[in-house]
Design a protein around this ligand. Structure first.
Ligand code: GDP
Ligand code: GDP
Length: 434
């Protein structure tokens, strides 16, 4: 599981500024993919040792102020799901009553809380933090979120609080991991039941927190799969169990564990902003992607046209995804999904040799030259593989920092087409001598 950090604090202390600083890699991604917008609430922190998920509870609570926001269910859920809480206070304003009551609430959580004193730029940092010892939350971390000052130490502290365990490394042990993800009521549990059909399955229905998905290993035609069910499979007996809470964190953890994501959209409802945000996070995780247009049964011609247009306009940043109209309820289109999953898995796990990649790179550069920067042409010289799931292509050249997003997209599509890779994003990394 990726560790989850929740950002908590009064309005205006700098939560969203810190969130933006922590999730900068997403900023770059947004610039490279037209149509992709930033999610203000959930993001990913890229780090040396391991990635973390970060949740800005201020973004979730919206206009609610600090204390009231605790009452908001989504904030409660976010705090329940967090491994570490960053409690952010404002060095310039000093300690105030709202901080005190937030601290009170956090103590009851019984989780590691890190006191983060923000905006220490231009103030006497030691004097500024002195007040905050009164919160009895341990040693304050001094940061300036606008510049990123102190953030490295803050994240190093997270490593101390949550040491890596061996379990962090394990992926789904049995076969191809398939996560079924989507907003509430799009048909996830119906699809899980349909996919399992008559297969004999062993369901590990572990009672867990809201952020745990159910892992369902099974075999089909000799191939092992594990379904990662974020909805909670309905029991055969049809006795409704607990009503599952929709959890973005749970979805993100499932995406992380999966090789292939089946993202369901309710085709009758169309593509929502939340769909676009969640799909942005699938892209960021680099997973192979099938977009299931569910509830295709009973759609009129106009609705079908509309959803196709929406896919082009709102979801152009995941244009690599395989789109499949299905009916989880009636089963049409569902049988094919296994073959598609297999194909995407093979694409995501491909081995690419250095000569093949370097030749493709040369062809690409001949087809379409990289632009000039300050009168000198950007050179791309050779390429080798840097990872799988998603396939990573490391490209060596000169001035690669100046490559525009449009050229990167051209290269990605070129590699993908020529290698015949279906349904998986490709990640390009560039290296230039300094
Ligand atoms: P939020 O309501 O907690 O999400 O706070 P914001 O991130 O929106 O920040 C509120 C204001 O504080 C904005 O005007 C920020 O530019 C400013 N701010 C945030 N972090 C810093 C910092 O490290 N130093 C200074 N000087 N200002 C900051
Ligand atoms: P979840 O919350 O994403 O797990 O969604 P469910 O599987 O519980 O489905 C929500 C509702 O949509 C239920 O009433 C289903 O019967 C219905 N539903 C699911 N798939 C389909 C479909 O393919 N066509 C139609 N018409 N309804 C569906």
């Amino acid at each position: 599981m990726l560790p989850v950090i929740a950002l908590v604090g009064r309005p205006n202390v700098g939560k969203s500024t810190l969130f933006n600083y922590l999730t900068r890699s997403r900023e770059a991604l947004v610039a490279d993919y037209p149509g992709l917008t930033r999610d203000r609430q959930y993001g990913r922190v890229k780090r040396g040792q391991r990635d973390c998920l970060v949740v800005d509870t201020g973004g979730i609570a919206d206009d609610a102020d600090g204390i009231d926001s605790f009452a908001k269910k989504q904030v409660q859920v976010a705090l329940e799901e967090a491994d570490v809480v960053f409690f952010i206070v404002d060095a310039r304003e000093g300690l105030n009553a709202s901080d005190q009551s937030i601290a009170e609430n956090l103590r009851r959580l019984d989780k590691p809380v890190v006191l983060v004193v923000n905006k220490i730029d231009g103030v006497d940092a030691n004097a500024a933090v002195a007040d905050f010892y009164a919160l009895a939350l341990g040693e304050p971390y001094k940061v300036a979120a606008t510049h990123g000052r102190g953030v490295f130490e803050l994240l190093a502290h997270v490593d101390e609080l949550l040491p890596m365990t061996e379990a962090d490394e394990t992926e789904v042990d049995a076969g191809i991991g398939i996560a079924i993800v989507g907003r509430p009521n799009v048909g996830k549990s119906t699809l899980v039941n349909r996919l399992l059909g008559e297969e004999r399955v062993v369901v590990f229905d572990e009672p867990g927190t809201t952020r745990d998905s159910i892992y369902i290993p099974f075999e089909r035609n000799g191939q092992k799969f594990t379904l990662i069910d974020t909805a909670g499979m309905r029991r055969r007996s049809k006795i409704a169990l607990t009503v599952e809470k929709f959890s973005v964190i749970k979805s993100l953890q499932a995406i992380e564990k999966a090789n292939v994501v089946i993202y369901l959209i309710d085709a009758a409802e169309g593509v929502t902003d939340q769909d676009a945000h969640l799909l942005g996070l699938v892209l960021e995780a680099g997973r192979a992607l099938i977009i299931g247009l569910n509830k295709w049964d009973g759609l009129g011609v106009d609705q079908k046209d509309l959803i196709k247009r929406q896919l082009d306009i709102k979801l152009s940043f995941v244009d690599f995804a395989q789109k499949h109209p299905i009916s989880a309820l009636h089963g049409s289109g569902v049988g094919k999904l296994f073959d598609v999953v297999h194909e995407l898995y093979d694409a995501a796990m491909i081995d690419m040799s250095t000569p093949v990649l370097t030749n493709l790179l040369k062809d690409a550069v001949t087809t379409h030259q990289p632009p000039l920067v300050n009168g000198r042409r950007i050179k791309l010289k050779y390429a080798h593989q840097g990872g799988r799931n998603p396939p990573v292509v490391v490209i060596h050249g000169t001035q690669t920092d100046a490559l525009p997003g449009s050229y990167k997209r051209f290269l990605m599509n070129y590699f993908r087409d020529r290698l015949g890779l279906k349904g998986t994003p490709i990640r390009l990394e560039f290296k230039s001598p300094v």
